[in-house]
Design a protein around this ligand. Structure first.
Ligand SMILES: C[S@@+](CC[C@H](N)C(=O)[O-])C[C@H]1O[C@@H](n2cnc3c(N)ncnc32)[C@H](O)[C@@H]1O
Length: 242
């Protein structure tokens, strides 16, 4: 990420060994030429390092509202009161608390992250904003740890490209969706020179649709009104695996 302080890369999580085993034929381990990549490839894309919690302040920077326009994201997601929403890779809860306001007291936001330190910051933020309908969930790198067939909408903001096991994560996420439930990939636009983010932290719409295509998901719409990100939305149909 170009505008991101160099410290962010320095704090990229050193995850346990990424070596690809024979029982994981979906993935390829190659030598990385990118500082921000883990050298593991999925469907032709190198997976990026996880953003470590010491860089969490970047997620709460005041200029983020102007740069990323979270209000336009909310409009794209069409949240309704009472919905059960999962914010995967919730970080400090920047988006979770906005979703919580729109789903209201009858709704729930499951805020999933793999870093306990992020969830601690998220809980502090929810207390200081007096938000009571956000449930922190400690996931793992292969499983979002959500209840089966309960979720109306899964949102993944700036996280899918750093899933170490995208296939397994998607399996667990699709399992958690209700039939007809929606999933939104919110990724920095690849190839757009006005987006000040390093390439491995961006994704093209074509790549997102290719990777979502491994599951029984139907493309619903792509929203391109946000300055830096696109929002690619799918709905769950039938069996989760094609
Ligand atoms: C770049 S931050 C984005 C945070 C938040 N979505 C936002 O936009 O403010 C990515 C977050 O995703 C989390 N993450 C990475 N892999 C994950 C996984 N497999 N499951 C859940 N969270 C994950 C990281 O720990 C980190 O907090």
């Amino acid at each position: 990420m170009q505008n991101l302080p160099a410290l962010l890369l320095a704090f990229a999580l050193a995850l346990p060994s990424n070596s690809v085993r024979a029982d994981e034929p979906r993935y390829e381990q190659l030598r990385s030429v990118n500082a921000e990549g883990i050298g593991k490839f999925y469907m032709g894309r190198e997976i990026a390092h996880v953003m470590g919690h010491p860089a969490a302040d970047w997620l709460e920077r005041p200029e983020r509202e102007r740069e990323e326009r979270p209000d336009l994201l909310l409009a794209a997601l069409e949240l309704q009161p009472g919905m059960k929403v999962a914010d995967i890779g919730a970080g400090t809860g920047y988006h979770s608390r906005r979703f919580a306001q729109l789903v209201g007291e009858q709704g729930t936001v499951y805020a999933v992250d793999i870093q306990p330190e992020m969830l601690q910051l998220l809980e502090q933020n929810m207390t200081s904003y007096s938000v009571r309908n956000v449930r922190p969930v400690l996931g793992d790198i292969k499983d979002a740890k959500l209840p089966a067939s309960q979720i109306d909408l899964v949102v993944m903001v700036d996280v899918y490209h750093e899933f170490e096991f995208p296939y397994e994560m998607m399996e667990s996420i699709v399992r958690a969706l209700k039939p007809g439930g929606r999933i939104a990939f919110v990724e920095f636009k690849a190839g757009d020179r006005s987006v000040p983010i390093r390439p491995l932290h961006t994704m093209s719409e074509m790549q997102i649709r290719k990777e979502a295509g491994a599951f029984a998901l139907q493309w619903v719409k792509t929203v391109s009104t946000l300055p830096w990100q696109h929002v690619v939305i799918f709905a769950k149909v039938g069996d989760q695996r094609k």
